[in-house]
Design a protein around this ligand. Structure first.
Ligand code: CA
Length: 246
């Protein structure tokens, strides 16, 4: 359910709650008083704010609205905040994410599992502090969602997240959904070495019973389909994989 919606200035649809010259922040929080408070403070600071109260609606909104940042509660009905983040990252979406955590064990999950979270705030938190964190994250992360949707190139391979297409040395490459997500994840940060565990978590999800061997099998399949451009995915012995042009 849409509780409030406001787009950046000039973006058309205005919800009447907040203006949003600084861009749209998606807030997914099932505790309405907290969501209202966060919306109010972000709105005062010039952000547009869109609020959802459950996980599936939050994930859909993240994909539909392309916010400049997401504030995700962890314990949410339907789909928890970490899973929303994982699914965005698996699709090559690096929109900054700040988690709202309620307990120390949630902090451990966010920090320990390398979800690709940009920051977290522990409840109870000061709304001013959260706004400061959102602004800090936006300063640190260049580009924003438009950047993430932009086609990316590593060596002779061009991957277009918006079209979910891959071209290697000028020739289209047909990848399965999982193969695409795997390649997109690697190409989102060229040169960054991902462990098999990280890739498994990001692309397949923690619930997947697949072992790390699954990652090797899929990398082999992607390389086979890339043909002469296969070397774009480099094995880093004893660690994992990276996409680079070395
Ligand atoms: Ca909650």
């Amino acid at each position: 359910m849409i509780n409030a919606c406001a787009r950046p200035a000039g973006g058309g649809m205005m919800g009447g709650v907040t203006g949003g010259g600084k861009g749209l922040v998606l807030v997914v929080e099932d505790e309405r008083p907290i969501a209202d408070l966060v919306r109010m403070y972000l709105g005062r600071d010039g952000f547009g704010v869109h609020v959802e109260h459950d996980g599936p609606a939050g994930l859909a909104a993240a994909r539909r609205l392309r916010p400049v940042a997401c504030v995700l509660d962890i314990a949410l009905p339907g789909l928890d905040g970490t899973e929303i983040c994982r699914q965005l990252r698996a699709a090559g979406d690096w929109t900054p994410v700040i988690f709202l955590t309620a307990r120390d064990d949630e902090v451990d999950r966010v920090v320990g599992l390398e979800l690709g979270a940009d920051d977290y705030v522990t409840k109870p938190f000061s709304p001013r502090e959260l706004v400061a964190r959102v602004k800090a994250v936006l300063r640190r992360t260049a580009g924003g969602p438009a950047e993430q949707e932009r086609p990316r190139q590593v060596g002779p391979v061009v991957l277009d997240p918006a079209r979910r297409s891959v071209v290697a040395a000028g020739a289209p490459v047909q990848l399965t959904s999982t193969e695409f997500d795997l390649l997109a994840h690697l190409m989102a940060r060229p040169g960054r070495v991902f462990t098999r565990e990280e890739l498994l978590a990001a692309v397949w999800g923690y619930a997947a019973q697949a072992g790390t061997r699954t990652v090797d099998v899929h990398v082999a399949q992607v390389r086979a389909k890339l043909g002469a451009a296969a070397s774009v995915i480099r094995t880093v012995r004893g660690v994992g994989y990276t996409a680079d042009d070395a």
